[in-house]
Design a protein around this ligand. Sequence first.
Ligand code: SAM
Ligand code: SF4
Ligand code: SF4
Length: 431
Amino acid sequence: MHRVRDAATWTSKIGVMRPVDVAKGSECPTERRIVASGAPGAPGAPGHGRAAAICAVRTAGRWRRRTGLPNRSLYGGRYDTATMERPDLPVLPGIGDAFGRALRDLRISVTDRCNFRCTYCMPAEIFGKDFAFLPRGLVLSFEEITRAAEAFVALGVEKLRITGGEPLVRRDLPDLVAMLAAIRRPDGGVVDLTLTTNGSALRALSGRLRDAGLRRLTVSLDSLDDEVFRAMNGIDFPVARVLDGIAAAGEAGFSPIKVNMVVKRGANEGSLVPMARWARDARVILRFIEYMDVGHSNAWRLDEVVTADEIVATIDAAFPLEPADPNYRGEVAGRWRYRDGGGEIGVIASVSRPFCGDCTRARLSADGKLYTCLFASDGFDLREVLRGGATDEELRAAITGVWRVRRDRYSELRTEATTDLDRVEMFAIGG
Ligand code: SAM
Ligand code: SF4
Ligand code: SF4
């Protein structure tokens, strides 16, 4: 079902992709391959793949060294952008990657720090007092994040998710929310702005977040059993305080609230039915997430994954379910509704039922690296572009160049062998 395109054969103006005559291209002096001619971002100029974006960066004389390898991913090394022209394919709105997947979502990690030490994400024995988190100077400022977000939105991104680490530990976060909430899409529409949090600070911050323009919220909660929850969050944090945070969010006007539960065998599969019962009563949308092999610190094992099928069967036995249609193409969670009309659940089956074919998500880490996959080993250094004096057009050209050559589909290729390969930690890019 994938449509294959060559990044060097497509041009991107904001909102439009169209074929380019490669015959008019020239050889990139640094990458030693043919790329389309013209300066990226110049009016009417052909767009480029990653090679051309980097060339532009060098030609502009603002960057002293090559700006990272955006897609040095697990399964292909550096990408060949000089093949697979498909001018027969239809013009798509926005920019598409090498498989024709549009760029629609941006997840912004505002900090790599967190007050929790969830066993599946930041185990306490590894992320102890001595762990070196990012120094402040390397973390993007609110102004830099907003400028990057504006560029992504101009290129077709419709949804921004603020995440972390724990986003609410970043000082003055409501100020950033207000800045992001003010961004408008090229058609003048508002951007779908949301935030994922562990919920520990919601009693203190819900009102300010709401006043700043946040409209949607996802809270992570892995069990209602206090003992289980305290063990999973790694800092003995009581579940009652997260539940109180969810209540505070409701009082502040967030509705509906989504709750994410990572299900790990041997840890919290016994919490599935109680969580479902609670969510039905509390009218929150519960989404179960298969435990994933993100990062390198959680000692992930396949046999600890409770699959979507098992999750659905367990809930169905207590509260009969029927499948529901996706809300939109590319929706990450499979939807199931209760037959008695008691609402619905979502199941994110990234291990047992990968959805790479519809993956439209980019991720920006707190230090400004652009990742095109949750499982990438490295990201493109957008901070260097932001701080190097690039114009807005050059910024958009750099993002376009990274996205056009994207070929990530880790979950579809996952094997026992790939889980040992180098990849970014979850708390660095926010899930
Ligand atoms: N700290 C915030 C929180 O926990 O909601 C935001 C960042 S956290 C990295 C984003 C999401 O990733 C959370 O819902 C968390 O449960 C999920 N997550 C972290 N590690 C995971 C793993 N190994 N497998 C599946 N989901 C994971
Ligand atoms: Fe922190 Fe969220 Fe990771 Fe838990 S899942 S350690 S709350 S970043
Ligand atoms: Fe997207 Fe990568 Fe996850 Fe596939 S593995 S769905 S490409 S983030």
